[in-house]
Design a protein around this ligand. Structure first.
Ligand code: F6R
Length: 231
């Protein structure tokens, strides 16, 4: 696990953008795994500003809420349109369909779509306060593939700031599984802010434990952690 400390959030965002762009520029048909949440917003902003050619890029998002429409203001599809796709054209972008009639079938379909691409070249992750990656909450099997999750109450509370009230925060999501994430060739974990200090320190302790999902990354051969402002 390679850990890169950066001076501030802006520097972190730029470093990640440069890292991602180096891969995107070097490959014929790169496949990126993308995250939502507040941490990657600066990275997306930097990509929008620099306007690289991503017309050969295929993207897969980590997760989507269950039960809200893609056009809902807080859906992850809307987040991605606003932060990236409205300004940057990609070859194809995939996000799980949280309104699918058969959610289990949707999980299988999403895994198949990824498998058809071979492998995700680079997966971007944020770090949950409880160590979640994607929406894989503590206790999720390291063998899990794309699945439906009941969101932890703490995760719903953390995300309530984006909704009118906590009651509007969905209770379920579809997320890539931990095994799905681990099959990416490279992984970037972005960690920023004092509120992530505890989770970051726990990750750095190095103990691998299903009760702290991000710890699985110690078993991946190519992880870069970009960090700012956790101290
Ligand atoms: C988002 C995702 C989540 C977030 C995590 C951190 O697609 O999968 O795991 O990365 O909750 O969120 P922020 O960046 O808002 O602190």
């Amino acid at each position: 696990m390679n850990v890169i400390q950066t001076n501030n959030y802006e520097a972190l965002s730029q470093r990640v953008a440069d890292y991602v762009q180096e891969l995107v520029g070097a490959k014929d048909q790169p496949v990126l795994g993308l995250a939502t949440g507040s941490t990657p917003v600066g990275f997306y902003e930097y990509i929008r500003q620099t306007q690289p050619d991503w017309s050969h890029v295929t993207t897969f998002n980590l997760d989507e809420y269950v039960g809200i429409s893609p056009s809902h203001s807080q859906s992850y599809r809307t987040f991605m349109e606003k932060n990236l796709f409205s300004n940057i054209s990609v070859m194809a972008s995939y996000i799980p369909d949280g309104q699918a009639h058969d959610l289990t079938a949707e999980c299988t379909r999403y895994e198949q779509l990824i498998a058809e691409q071979g492998q995700i070249d680079l997966q971007i992750l944020g770090l949950g306060h409880n160590g979640h990656i994607g929406f894989n909450e503590p206790g999720t099997s390291f063998q899990s593939r794309t699945h439906i999750v009941d969101l932890a109450e703490t995760t719903r509370q953390a995300n309530a700031r984006f909704f009118e009230s906590i009651d509007d925060v969905p209770t379920q999501a579809i997320t890539m599984g931990i095994q799905t994430i681990m099959e990416a060739k490279k992984i970037v974990l972005m960690v920023s802010g004092h509120d992530k200090q505890h989770a970051f320190n726990r990750l750095m302790e190095g103990e691998v434990d299903e009760q702290f999902p991000a710890s699985v990354l110690h078993h991946h051969p190519d992880v870069t952690v970009f960090v700012s402002d956790v101290g």
